[in-house]
Design a protein around this ligand. Structure first.
Ligand code: ADP
Ligand code: MG
Length: 357
């Protein structure tokens, strides 16, 4: 049981555009104070989902609740949400101050309150010196900060961000990820963050919901979706990995044995699996250890040839081949080996993840 307060609840949300099914039966809860990332490839329905939460699109069916209150049919400006759009959508004819102040002005706040709140949010985002600038004279990173300030100033119950760092170069994006995360934590705010970049999702999130073709495949904490994914799609979304399709031969004390060619796998299984069941075993490349000498162990080891090694600075990505020409990806911090060399691999029982589909 999770006793955290629920800020947003989506119940059976579906969205059809003519014949295109953009979203199908989405059920999701977002807790107060958490940053939940919706991660999925282009066209998977991320923007549609965010727009439905913000009220810019209505679902074909299903309900949206914020703090327990039904939001269907409520227009965007009456929802306790604010959205940072993918293209930022700043007002080009207004300067930075007026862009940030816009939402408070249409809410008829006093000029004193507006000034105070613009100052405070500008300080938070380090854009105090830009307030008089035209938004057409800003760099990509600055424009991104202004768009964020314009939404944050409304102090929304839930902030919705649609790939806000998309156009920035890699170095700036990495810096902004950390800064956004720091701001979200310092405000103890509830954010729903959309990205197609799994590394960004890992850096920023409390939990990640993986979206594929309009369906949520899995929702979980970062470590859970990376190390214990439930599907091949989710496993591969977080980077190249190894799969071995095999059948369980026997189980003793919740430890199963399977073979794949010469390899004998031993791994932990839950009690609902039985001998004869088909499973896919997943092992991340960085979990595999390399030895130049034959190993004494008989299980969870493999013998292979190093086919290709790519030096990437902090680590080396290697492709090894087994006798049946299957490739095994291995990531190591060093490269004392030669291509064509016979090597021995081993991994721990707990580094094997059992995937059902
Ligand atoms: P993402 O943000 O993950 O790239 P979108 O939510 O923009 O995905 O789109 C999901 C699917 O819905 C896509 O197939 C897209 O072509 C379709 N779609 C999105 N908006 C519309 C629209 N206004 N009319 C018709 N189809 C749309
Ligand atoms: Mg999108």
């Amino acid at each position: 049981m999770n006793s955290k307060a629920i800020s947003l609840k989506l119940v059976n949300i579906s969205k059809l555009y003519e014949k295109v099914v953009a979203l199908e039966n989405i059920n999701l809860e977002v807790y107060k104070g958490e940053l939940l990332t919706i991660l999925g490839p282009s066209g998977s329905g991320k923007s549609t989902l965010l727009k439905i939460i913000g009220g810019f699109e209505e679902p074909t069916s299903g309900e949206i609740y914020i703090n327990g209150e039904l939001m269907n049919g409520v227009p965007p400006y009456k929802r306790p949400t604010s959205m940072v759009f993918q293209d930022l959508a700043l007002f080009p004819h207004l300067n930075v101050f007026d862009n940030i102040a816009y939402g408070l002005k249409i809410r008829k706040k006093s000029i004193d309150e507006i000034k105070k709140r613009v100052k405070s949010v500008a300080e938070l985002l380090h854009i105090e010196d830009l307030l008089d600038r035209r938004v057409t004279q800003l760099s990509g990173g600055q424009a991104q900060r202004v768009a964020l300030a314009r939404s944050l100033i409304l102090e929304p119950e839930i902030l919705l961000l649609d790939e806000p760092l998309g156009p920035l170069d890699l170095k700036l994006r990495r810096e902004m990820q950390l800064e956004l995360r720091r701001i979200q934590k310092s405000l103890n705010a509830t954010w729903v963050y959309v990205t197609h970049d799994h590394e960004e999702a890992m850096v920023m999130s409390d939990r990640i919901a993986i979206l594929r073709s309009g369906r949520i495949l899995e929702v979980g904490e970062i470590k859970q979706v990376y190390e214990k994914p439930k599907s091949k799609f989710v496993a591969e979304f977080f980077g190249e990995t190894n799969f071995f399709e095999c059948r369980i031969e026997h189980i003793e004390n919740n430890i199963a044995t399977s073979s794949y060619g010469e390899i004998i796998f031993q791994f932990d299984v839950s009690s609902d699996l039985k001998p004869g069941d088909k499973v896919i075993l997943m092992i991340r490349p960085e979990k595999i250890k390399i030895s130049m000498n034959p190993l004494s162990e008989k299980v969870n080891v493999a013998r292979c040839i190093l086919k290709e090694a790519v030096y990437k600075g902090p680590h080396v990505d290697m492709k090894m081949v087994l006798d049946d020409s299957k490739t095994i990806f291995v990531r190591s911090s060093e490269l004392p080996y030669k291509e064509g060399e016979l090597l021995y691999l081993k991994w721990r029982r707990e580094d094997i993840t059992v995937i059902r589909e």
